[in-house]
Design a binder for this molecule. Structure first.
Ligand code: SF4
Length: 206
């Protein structure tokens, strides 16, 4: 196993996947610290302050402890998980029988294997010179809708990513009602896309 020590913000479970095609499934979460973006309205605490360094064996042991129900399905997120996910950690986690569902902003390819890749692009928040990565084998595309997202934008994403599932999700900020109405209008205009809501927030789990 790798001796690398990964910067882990938190691990928790069992809980539910709240978004996308696996919404409602029992999962455990592995959340890495740090992100390469700084999106306005980000509701995720990925600050390295308070994160802990763990090696692959420690991460696997903690996943096993958390997975009391035996779902063997872990959502790997951040921050931006591709900043730290690598082949040794992938081998350790998948070798322990976990299916890995990664949620990435799409700016970098994962350096280790995953079983399900969700790409949630936010190029309106990219620093100058940072583009979406080409050739990502995404299983689902999830676009969080605010005023910058319109039919032209989602058509461009659908052309870039050939995947099984396309989701539009209203940004759950102070303008949620407005964002939801905009999302619904887009779903009606482009039925290839489906509505995703943050189920975990509705049912009150982390
Ligand atoms: S990419 Fe995601 S985690 Fe990173 S700042 Fe944006 S919304 Fe937050």
């Amino acid at each position: 196993m790798s001796e690398r020590r990964y910067l882990v913000k938190e691990m928790f479970g069992p809980t539910l996947q709240g978004e996308g095609a696996h919404s409602g499934r029992a999962v455990v979460f592995l959340r890495f610290a740090a992100c390469n973006l700084a999106c306005t309205g980000c509701d995720t605490d990925f600050d390295p302050e308070g994160a802990v360094r763990m090696d692959a064996a420690e991460i696997v042991a903690r996943l096993r402890e958390l997975d009391s129900g035996g779902t063997r399905r872990v959502v790997v997120t951040g921050g931006e998980p591709t900043l730290q996910w690598d082949a040794p950690l992938s081998d350790a986690v998948r070798g322990a029988g976990f299916r890995v569902h990664m949620e990435s902003n799409g700016t970098r390819p994962p350096a280790g294997a995953v079983d399900w890749l969700t790409v949630s692009p936010k190029p309106q928040h990219h620093p100058a010179g940072l583009a979406l990565a080409d050739g990502l084998a995404a299983n689902e595309l999830k676009v969080v809708v605010d005023d910058t997202v319109d039919e032209t934008v989602i058509d461009r994403y659908a052309a870039k990513y050939s995947c099984e599932h396309y989701f539009l999700q209203p940004w759950m900020d102070a303008r949620y009602e407005h964002n939801l109405a905009r999302t619904m209008a887009l779903v009606h205009a482009r039925p290839q896309w489906r509505l995703s809501v943050q189920l975990h927030k509705i049912v009150g789990v982390p």
